[in-house]
Design a protein around this ligand. Structure first.
Ligand SMILES: NC(=O)c1ccc[n+]([C@@H]2O[C@H](COP(=O)([O-])OP(=O)(O)OC[C@H]3O[C@@H](n4cnc5c(N)ncnc54)[C@H](OP(=O)(O)O)[C@@H]3O)[C@@H](O)[C@H]2O)c1
Length: 262
C-alpha cells in the first residue's frame, strides 16, 4: 500500500477519468476506479498495476442509481486511505431544451450534480477532521456560457463551479483543497453521446493535455483551473466583478428602478 493518499476517481473507465487514473498512478497513488463498465476499468487497472505497481480497486457503480451511489459513499466514508476524490463522471445530452426528454434531463442532473455532491458530502467530514486531502470537481466552461446552447448540461456545470467555490471557502481553512476544473471541448467519447463528431470541431484539446494542465493547477492549489483559457486575467476580472457586487446585494429597500411612480 502506498504511503500517499489513495485517489477515488469516478468515470475512470475512459476519457478524462482514465487519464487522471494514469497520472495519479504514475505519481505513486493507489487508486479506486468507479464507473459502470467493469471490463474497461479492468483494462485500465491491469495496465497501470503492471506499469506502476500501485494497488488499484474497482468499484462498479451506476452513479444515477441510489443503491450503487450509496456503495461508493460508504467506501469514501469508511476508507481512511482515500484522501483525494476526483468527481469526474459526467455526461451530456444532445438537442435543445424542447427536444430533450424530461427523463434524460433528470438522469443528466442526477449524474452531473446529485452524485457529485453526495460523494463530496461523503468524504468531506472525514477530510476536514484530519485536516488534509482534496476534492477535484470536473465542471465545464459551458457552465459559464448559456450562449453555448447546452442549457441543462451548462446548468449542471454552473452548479459544479458554485459548489466547488463554496466548498473551497468552507473546507480550505480546514486544510482540505477543493478544485474546480473547467475543460472546454476535449477529445473524448462524450461527444458521441450527444451525437456530435468531435473530429469535425475546431479547437479540440487532447485529453492528456487537459489533464496534465489540470494537474498543474492542482499542484498550485488553484481553486478554479480553466486549461483552455489563455488569458488568466479574464477570469480574474470576471471574478472581481462578481465580488465587487457582494456588498451591494443585500438591501432593505428595492432599488430605485423598481419603485412605481405614485
Ligand atoms: N470532453 C469534453 O469536451 C468535456 C468538456 C467539459 C467538461 N467535460 C466533463 O469531463 C467529465 C468527463 O467526461 P469525458 O469527456 O471524459 O466523457 P466520457 O469519455 O464520456 O467519459 C465519461 C465517464 O463517466 C462514466 N459514466 C458515465 N455515466 C455514468 C454513470 N451513470 N455512472 C457511473 N459512471 C458513469 C463513464 O463510464 P461508464 O460508461 O463505464 O459508466 C466514463 O468513464 C464529465 O464530467 C464531463 O462533463 C468534458
Amino acid at each position: 500500500m502506498s504511503q500517499l493518499p489513495a485517489v477515488l476517481i469516478t468515470g475512470a473507465s475512459t476519457g478524462i477519468g482514465a487519464i487522471y487514473a494514469d497520472r495519479f498512478a504514475r505519481r505513486g497513488h493507489d487508486l479506486v476506479l468507479v464507473a459502470r463498465d467493469i471490463a474497461r476499468m479492468e483494462a485500465v487497472a491491469g495496465r497501470l498495476r503492471q506499469e506502476t505497481g500501485v494497488t488499484i480497486d474497482i468499484l462498479q457503480a451506476d452513479l444515477t442509481q441510489p443503491a450503487d451511489l450509496a456503495k461508493v459513499e460508504t467506501r469514501l466514508r469508511d476508507d481512511a486511505h482515500i484522501g483525494i476524490l476526483v468527481n469526474n463522471a459526467g455526461t451530456a445530452i444532445g438537442g435543445t431544451f424542447v427536444e430533450q426528454s424530461t427523463d434524460d434531463m433528470s438522469r443528466l442532473v442526477a449524474l452531473n450534480t446529485t452524485a457529485l455532491v453526495r460523494l463530496a458530502s461523503a468524504i468531506a467530514p472525514r477530510l476536514a477532521k484530519v485536516g488534509e486531502g482534496a476534492i477535484v470537481n470536473i465542471g465545464s466552461v459551458v457552465g459559464l456560457a448559456p450562449e453555448f446552447g447546452m442549457s441543462v448540461y451548462g446548468a449542471t456545470k454552473a452548479f459544479v463551479l458554485f459548489l466547488s467555490q463554496g466548498l473551497d471557502l468552507e473546507l480550505g481553512p480546514k486544510g482540505v483543497y477543493v478544485q474546480a476544473v473547467l475543460p472546454a471541448t476535449t477529445r473524448t467519447e462524450i461527444w458521441e453521446h450527444v451525437g456530435a463528431d468531435v473530429n469535425a470541431m475546431n479547437n479540440v484539446m487532447e485529453v492528456a493535455d487537459l489533464v496534465d494542465a489540470a494537474l498543474v493547477g492542482f499542484d498550485r492549489r488553484e481553486p478554479v483551473t480553466i486549461p483552455p483559457l489563455h488569458d488568466a486575467g479574464q477570469w480574474d476580472a470576471f471574478d472581481a466583478a462578481r465580488k465587487a457586487m457582494l456588498g451591494n446585494l443585500v438591501n432593505a429597500l428595492p432599488a430605485e428602478r423598481y419603485r412605481r411612480l405614485a
